[in-house]
Design a protein. Structure first.
Length: 378
């Protein structure tokens, strides 16, 4: 193995730039796509200006509720700045939370709490206004509940002495713990799916797709060294050509796993995404095995590269990275042939894995071509 490492280091020294590029390509390409789509999604949100005339718990909580809306991008500005930006059409609408907001909420008053402004180009003023009003109505409902509780306690001479703040806090805790209202919509005869909206791209799905491409391009060394004139020397050495390939495969796989560990750390720090290390190792091994076995079938690198791009395109379709997820969900058999399913779903066994392992066993124990041909001499 020491001789294999020394020989491989000589090759890497001549091709280090290409090797480093394809090793880091999945990380860089995935980061570019995910960061770009996140930036695009943020730019497509409706810009809304918020003016706070008071800094109270109720007004700050209302602002946080507005910020949590998925399609709204809020900016806290002064009244002059907000109206100026609205005139320049930098904001879709402006909402001013007036002084005394919290006091009026506790007194169950709903008049002149918030003032909204729109321009002639505002297109989302009405839905944003209704959303804010729903939050205000929620707060006034809690305040009214606190008022009713205090009245009942006074009427029946209770000894709890609940304050308005305590009742409001208790109602928030109940709402959060019990999930009082959950509504899911679906078409007739279709399954109901609950939960948060799924992102356009999954980080590990995109990364896995680029990993396949990088593995296919790096494993072109199999074709180059199989066709090299020096390959005939294995017929006269203790190490067979097949053993040489297997040892180099192990060396490349270890190198890939080191870079994959870097990818796990990078995506966790940058995007907060994590994945199973065991699934990652299994995925890497069978992807490398697939690239290695595919390269064994070719003697021309150009044809191999063309086939690699075709294989990547098919993988992208099967994984749902190209076709919309709504179409893929209607074709259940796509899930069974999805090469990225073990990585994304956290599974250990797939159809592709079984097939690749079977082919690898056949290649290892099967009879290959002789390392050298012999000519009979009379």
């Amino acid at each position: 193995m020491k001789n294999i490492i020394e020989t491989r280091m000589i090759h890497w020294k001549k091709q280090w730039l290409s090797l480093v590029f394809w090793l880091l390509f999945p990380i860089i390409a995935t980061w570019a796509i995910i960061a770009g789509t996140n930036s695009l999604a943020n730019d497509t949100k409706v810009p809304v200006g918020i003016v706070l005339e008071e800094q109270t718990d109720a007004s700050i909580e209302l602002v946080e509720e507005i910020k949590s809306a998925p399609l709204v991008r809020t900016s806290i500005l002064s009244e002059k700045e907000a109206l100026n930006s609205l005139q320049k059409h930098n904001l879709d609408s402006v909402f001013i939370i007036h002084d005394g907001f919290q006091e009026k909420i506790l007194q169950n008053e709903r008049n002149q709490l918030i003032t909204g402004y729109r321009s002639d180009l505002s297109f989302a003023f009405t839905p944003v206004k209704e959303m804010i009003l729903s939050y205000v109505q929620q707060e006034t409902g809690r305040a009214k509940a606190a008022f009713v509780v205090q009245q009942l306690e006074s009427k029946y001479k209770g000894n709890k002495n609940w304050s308005a703040e305590e009742v409001i806090k208790k109602s928030k805790d109940i709402q959060q713990d019990e999930n009082l209202l959950t509504t899911s919509f679906s078409f007739s005869n279709s399954p109901v799916k609950t939960g948060e909206n799924q992102p356009l791209f999954t980080i590990w799905g995109v990364w896995g797709l680029f990993c396949i491409l990088s593995a296919l391009f790096i494993f072109d060394w199999v074709i180059k060294e199989k066709n090299a004139k020096a390959a005939i020397r294995f017929a006269f050495s203790r190490t067979s050509l097949k053993s040489y390939f297997i040892q180099n495969f192990v060396l490349y796989t270890l190198l890939f796993l080191i870079v994959d560990a870097m990818a796990v750390v990078f995506f966790y720090v940058w995007f907060g995404e994590w994945t199973s290390i065991l699934n990652l190792i299994i995925f890497r091994i069978w992807i490398n095995m697939a690239a290695f076995l595919l390269a064994q079938l070719f003697s021309n690198t150009y044809l191999y590269y063309t086939t690699s791009f075709g294989a990547l395109l098919i993988t992208g379709i099967c994984s749902g990275a190209i076709l919309p997820s709504g179409i893929i969900s209607n074709w259940k058999w796509f899930e069974q042939i999805n090469p990225l399913r073990p990585l994304i779903e956290g599974e250990f066994i797939s159809v592709w894995m079984i097939m690749i392992i079977t082919l690898a066993i056949v290649w290892v124990f099967g009879k290959g071509k002789n390392n050298a041909s012999y000519k009979r001499i009379n």
